[in-house]
Design a protein around this ligand. Structure first.
Ligand SMILES: *[C@@H]1O[C@H](CO)[C@@H](O)[C@H](O)[C@H]1NC(C)=O
Ligand SMILES: *[C@@H]1O[C@H](CO)[C@@H](O)[C@H](O)[C@H]1NC(C)=O
Ligand SMILES: *[C@@H]1O[C@H](CO)[C@@H](O)[C@H](O)[C@H]1NC(C)=O
Length: 370
């Protein structure tokens, strides 16, 4: 496992030539079906819908990951636990740095800090006074700092100068500026080669089981993606295991802060990703207009609080979008609301210990504060 990992190869359209001859045939089969779908379902027709619906025809899935199995049971010794993964135990534990871009996910940040704190040496939190779409943003962390007092936190503000260019321009550009600033904070943090750095968004939370292995096991890959169980609105709506963007790195001088594909290794079932898991409808409105896909708010009515509340309780889609999938099988499986789950097993401990306060994240708690 200690061999150097070659850089990720870009998904290649030529990697599956055998599929090509079938695509025109599939198109013929699918077009009538998609037209039927549009006439039956209440979604307003748009070019984008058609593009997404036909995605399996025009896009190929990313190069598959090499999935590393993940074992856990209570009462195993560290040498048993590391050994199950083909690793050995280090003589002394590694230091873990958790580097995150913070926007307004106050509740998930509280859960993250509490869950990870026993394993993490330092939390590097970067917050900016502008959203990815260039609009002024309150400094939520600063204003709520009393909630997070911990000597492990290093907090930095990224001032973004007001510019109409940012508001009209590509939100991914401002996102890149945020990530560069976090990279700079990471390099100034005192992190040393051989330490671990987690690169994730606030709502992508590695589990304690994962952190324990990162801390103690010798032989882990220098970079691995973390496969996180994806939830929408709350832990009542599990979507799938599709989330892979978070990574754990054994830090080297050349390590850079990124949130994209970096290696083929994917560590299985490594934690939770809770999207749009907000306490108030106001937080939803903020997020919908602030993030990199804000162009998905195609109509004013999308921002109607009553509509948002209804969608949260149904497990529907806030932007009236079809699922983005690479195969028709996955796409059709996911059309319509996310099925509800009654399970609150294997969730972050801090969430369950404070179930009353975090009711909105648990089964049956879909109603939000205005
Ligand atoms: C795990 O260890 C604890 C304390 O050593 C013990 O009380 C408990 O019975 C053990 N549980 C299992 C499932 O072996
Ligand atoms: C962010 O803060 C800086 C420095 O205080 C200020 O000049 C800038 O206008 C602020 N940006 C926004 C979008 O409010
Ligand atoms: C957190 O910060 C926001 C933005 O400054 C503020 O509106 C809100 O009242 C604060 N929340 C709490 C619980 O203090």
């Amino acid at each position: 496992m200690s061999k150097t990992i070659s850089p990720p190869s870009t998904p290649s359209k030529t990697s599956k030539p055998s599929h090509l001859p079938f695509k025109p045939i599939l198109l013929l089969l699918v077009l009538p079906f998609s037209l039927l779908t549009f006439s039956l379902c209440p979604l307003p027709f748009s070019h984008r819908h058609l593009t997404y619906l036909l995605r399996p025809l025009w896009d190929s899935p990313p190069q598959p990951f090499i999935q590393l199995p993940h074992y856990f049971s209570q009462n195993l010794s560290l040498s048993q636990l590391c050994g199950l993964h083909g690793w050995t135990v280090l003589p002394s534990p590694r230091l873990i740095y958790d580097a995150i871009l913070f926007s307004n996910e106050l509740d998930l940040l509280e859960i993250r800090l509490s869950e990870m704190s026993p394993y993490v040496h330092q939390f590097l939190i970067l917050e900016s006074n502008a959203t990815f779409t260039g609009h002024p943003k309150p400094l939520y962390f600063s204003s709520n700092i009393s909630r997070f007092a911990s000597h492990k936190i290093i907090y930095e503000i990224l001032p973004i100068m007001y510019s109409p260019y940012y508001q009209k321009g590509d939100p991914f550009r401002l996102e890149a500026i945020h990530r560069m600033a976090l990279n700079s904070l990471l390099h100034r943090s005192g992190i040393k080669p051989g330490d671990i750095v987690i690169m994730a968004d606030t709502d992508e939370i590695p589990s304690p089981e994962t952190l324990q292995l990162l801390k103690w096991c010798n032989g882990i890959p220098p970079v691995m993606h973390l496969e996180l169980k994806h939830y929408m609105y709350s832990f009542e709506f599990p979507v799938d295991y599709s989330n892979w963007r978070a990574t754990a790195h054994v830090y080297q001088e050349h390590t850079r802060y990124r949130h994209s594909r970096q290696t083929d290794y994917l560590f299985s079932d490594a934690g939770w990703h809770c999207s749009f898991c907000f306490r108030t409808i106001e937080d939803f409105l903020f997020k919908m207009t602030a993030y990199s896909h804000a162009d998905r708010v195609r109509k004013k009515s999308f921002l109607d609080p009553k509509r948002i509340q209804k969608i949260i309780c149904e497990g529907g889609d806030l932007f009236n979008m079809l699922p983005e999938e690479y195969s028709f099988r996955e796409l059709f499986k996911k059309i319509g609301p996310i099925p509800k789950s009654g399970s609150a097993i294997n969730l972050p401990g801090h969430l369950i210990r404070n179930a009353e306060r975090f009711k909105f994240l648990l089964p049956g708690g879909c109603l939000r504060e205005e």
